[in-house]
Design a protein around this ligand. Structure first.
Ligand SMILES: Nc1ncnc2c1ncn2[C@@H]1O[C@H](COP(=O)(O)OP(=O)(O)OP(=O)(O)O)[C@@H](O)[C@H]1O
Length: 192
């Protein structure tokens, strides 16, 4: 049976003094699925994540979500520059599966003792995936997780993330239609 990790039903939302950005919008994600959200700048992709994360309140409709964690576009701004990666990860997540996950993410555990600027963008984005997975989510919100990386590194990072689809569903924001077509079960294109 499909295990649903996100259900959005009849969502409507507008920022104050603005037109409706979402009007009766519905979406669901199951464990094992990658669902991509595409759309031009200003179409409301980031706003959707803010609504799902509970940082914005819908005008009407319902959002039901299981435990989620987020991966952001720029790995350098996802970590504080002055603390080591391991300090920052241990602040938010238990470390039981650290070595096993490092292995799966092709990440040398020694790099975790470094500070963010000492790592490459690809290494650091794998650290943010590590942090997200250690939080044991059922839903991952990934906001342009590969767009700060070159194509080959980006594809590798996405492949590594997709290994965990037996445990999670992934909602992916991307501008990259080729990436979305390659990795998604469903694609939703928002209109500005
Ligand atoms: N805090 C806010 N207050 C008012 N309007 C906002 C706010 N944040 C975003 N908007 C507007 O809502 C619309 C959707 O913005 P959003 O950032 O969700 O789009 P996006 O699709 O993620 O864009 P991009 O691809 O450029 O990141 C835009 O018109 C934007 O100007």
């Amino acid at each position: 049976m499909n295990q649903e990790v996100l259900r959005i039903e009849n969502l409507s939302f507008a920022y104050p003094h603005s037109k409706l950005l979402y009007d009766n919008f519905s979406l669901h994600v199951n464990i094992g699925e990658v669902v991509s959200i595409l759309g031009e700048s200003g179409s409301g992709k980031s706003t959707l994540f803010e609504l799902i994360a509970g940082n914005l309140k819908a005008k009407s409709g319902t959002i039901t979500t299981s435990k989620l964690s987020q991966i952001f576009q720029d790995p350098y701004t996802s970590f504080h520059p002055t603390y080591t990666i391991i300090n920052q990860i241990s602040d938010v997540a238990p470390l039981h599966d650290l070595h096993q996950l490092c292995h799966a993410l092709d990440l040398d555990p020694d790099v975790l003792a470094q500070k963010p600027h000492q790592l490459s963008g690809g290494q650091l984005q794998r650290c943010s995936i590590l942090r997200a997975l250690l939080m044991k989510p059922s839903l991952i919100l990934a906001d342009e997780p590969t767009s700060a990386l070159d194509n080959i590194t980006g594809l590798h990072v996405m492949q590594l993330l997709m290994q965990f689809l037996d445990q999670v569903g992934i909602l992916l924001i991307t501008h990259d239609k080729n990436l979305a077509a390659w990795c998604s079960d469903r694609m939703i294109e928002l209109k500005a």
